[in-house]
Design a protein around this ligand. Structure first.
Ligand code: ADP
Length: 189
C-alpha cells in the first residue's frame, strides 16, 4: 500500500496519517516531522532547513528529495508507506515517480480539505499547545499561500491519474478517519 496524504496546513494530515498508517501496517513518513527532528538535533540538514521552515517557505527540492529517497530506502518502507507532506511541488512529483518506478505505483492520493478560517484557527490553537516556531499568524498565512501556489496544482496531476480521493476534513477526528477508510475501500474495491 502506497498512499500520499495531501492538504493545506492545519487540515489534519499528521493526525490522520498515523491512524491510516497503523491500519495498513505501514510507516507514516512526514517530511515536516523529519525536518523538525533534524532542527532539534541541530544536524547539518536541520540547520539548512530551519531558515526556510521558520519563514513558511518550502525547503529546496534537492534537499527534500534526497531526504525522502533515503527514507524510502529503509527496510520498513518495503511493504508500503504513507507520505505526509511530500510531494509538495511538481519537481517533487517527478522525483517521486522516479523513486517508485519499480512497478509499485501509488495506490491513492488522499486530499484533506477544510475551510481556510478553520485552518487558521486550528493552527493558532496548536501554536499554544505545541509552540511550533512556524505557527505564528503571519507564517501560517504564508504557508497557506505557498500551499495554494505550489502544492494545490498537484491535485490536478494526480486526479489525471485517477488517484485522488477528496475527503472533507471538517468535524470530529474520528468522523474524518471514517470518511477516509470508506473512500479508500471503495477506491480499492
Ligand atoms: P504544515 O503542513 O502544517 O505546513 P509540515 O509539518 O508538513 O507543516 O511541514 C513544515 C515545514 O517543513 C514546511 O512549511 C516546509 O518548510 C518544510 N517541508 C515539509 N515538507 C516539505 C516538502 N515536501 N518540500 C519542501 N519543504 C517541506
Amino acid at each position: 500500500m502506497r498512499i500520499i496524504l495531501m492538504g493545506p496546513p492545519g487540515a489534519g494530515k499528521g493526525t490522520q496519517a498515523k491512524v491510516i498508517a497503523n491500519h495498513f501496517g505501514i510507516p507514516a513518513i512526514s517530511t515536516g516531522d523529519i525536518f523538525r527532528a533534524n532542527v532539534a538535533g541541530k544536524t547539518e540538514l536541520g540547520v539548512e532547513a530551519q531558515r526556510y521552515m521558520d519563514a513558511g517557505e518550502y525547503v529546496p527540492d534537492e534537499i527534500t528529495n534526497a531526504m525522502v529517497r533515503d527514507r524510502l530506502a529503509q527496510p520498513d518502507a518495503e511493504p508500503g508507506f504513507l507520505l505526509d507532506g511530500y510531494p509538495r511541488t511538481l519537481a517533487q512529483v517527478e522525483e517521486l515517480d522516479g523513486m517508485l518506478a519499480d512497478g509499485h505505483p501509488v495506490n491513492a492520493v488522499v486530499v484533506l480539505t477544510a475551510d481556510s478560517e478553520e485552518l487558521i484557527a486550528r493552527l493558532l490553537q496548536r501554536a499554544q499547545i505545541e509552540g511550533r516556531a512556524d505557527d505564528t499568524e503571519e507564517v501560517i498565512r504564508r504557508r497557506q499561500e505557498v500551499y495554494t501556489e505550489q502544492t494545490a496544482p498537484l491535485i490536478e496531476v494526480y486526479a489525471g491519474r485517477g488517484l485522488v480521493v477528496e475527503i472533507d476534513g471538517m468535524g470530529e477526528i474520528d468522523a474524518v478517519t471514517h470518511r477516509i477508510f470508506d473512500a479508500l475501500e471503495s477506491q480499492a474495491g
